[in-house]
Design a protein around this ligand. Structure first.
Ligand code: NAP
Length: 264
């Protein structure tokens, strides 16, 4: 039987492109969306809000019952809420962490017993280049992605004897629906951050509108699935984006100056 692959958030963007690519390659793909009206795929898509931990557990167990296994979990679903770190609502920060961190960890905890019993498995987390640096007004998103990136490192050591690999894919700017689905905090003209926040939003929106084709990420996912010994961290995007790890070679404040030049 072909590999059974569960991908979260397949109604648009990376998730949809990855699902279509893997389905066309003959894999058994199960996608998810929170909205029944967004379910229009030619592979199985289930209605699931990953923030509902019990529903996530139940769906994963039903898939395992139906197909006998989940070979690959792709934690792709994600959200972004921006805002000045001083004033962003704590509920919004928690919402970002719930989707980008806790709900994904819940899915990992749910698939692992089955993967361990079979002594094989692959988990791919779609993190972000934003998880390697603190962008202004993107702090909740950057922090959620940075935190989740580290989970893979812990897990790879814990799971070594079970032949389970946990991989991060950190993309740069890609043209998906993330721009339309992102929520920005209120920015009243009385805010001390009014102008800077406005400028960054404009600059990032401009960059995202010229983002790269998500098929690059889907192709990388396919390559990793075929790999015997995948790496832990993959960066994908433009030349400069992929060089983000070199930031440790520069003084922190010089690095921030360079980044802010790119966003001005
Ligand atoms: N685009 C980029 O440049 C970029 C760069 C780096 C990282 N990323 C990451 O890539 C991943 C995919 O984003 P994208 O760019 O493809 O954006 P997108 O087009 O907005 O897709 C996001 C997907 O996540 C799903 N989703 C959101 N909250 C969910 C929840 N609570 N439960 C279930 N599904 C949920 C959405 O599905 P429904 O609304 O149908 O439920 C949608 O299918 C995210 O983790 C994002 O942070 C994107």
């Amino acid at each position: 039987m072909s590999k059974v692959i569960l991908i979260t958030g397949t109604s648009s963007g990376f998730g949809r492109t990855i699902a279509e690519k893997l389905h066309s390659e003959g894999y058994t793909v199960i996608g998810t969306s929170r909205n029944a009206e967004k379910i229009y795929s030619n592979y199985l898509t289930i209605k699931l809000d990953i923030n509902d931990y019990e529903a996530s557990k139940s769906e994963v167990n039903q898939i395992i019952k139906k197909y006998g296994k989940i070979d690959v979990l792709i934690n792709n679903a994600g959200i972004n809420i921006t805002g000045p770190t001083e004033t962003i609502k704590m509920d919004d920060v928690k919402r970002v962490f719930d989707t980008n961190f806790f709900s994904q960890l819940n899915l990992i905890q749910t698939v692992l017993p089955q993967m361990r019993s079979k002594k094989i498995g692959l988990i791919i987390n779609i993190t972000s280049i934003a998880g390697y640096l603190g962008l202004p007004f993107w702090s909740a998103y950057c922090a959620s992605k940075a935190s989740f990136r580290v989970i893979a490192e812990s897990l790879n050591i814990e799971l070594k004897k079970y032949n389970i690999n946990v991989v991060n894919i950190a993309p740069g700017d890609y043209k998906t629906e993330i721009l339309n689905n992102r929520r920005d905090s209120d920015n009243p003209s009385s805010s001390p951050y009014f102008q800077e926040y406005e400028n960054i939003i404009k600059s990032v929106n401009g960059k995202m509108n010229h983002g790269r084709d998500p098929i690059e990420v889907a192709n990388l996912v396919l390559k990793i699935i075929k790999e015997k010994k995948p790496k832990i961290n993959y960066l994908v995007g433009g030349f400069l984006e992929k060089k983000i790890t070199l930031k440790s070679l520069l003084p922190d404040k010089l690095f921030q100056k360079i980044i802010m030049k790119l966003y001005s």
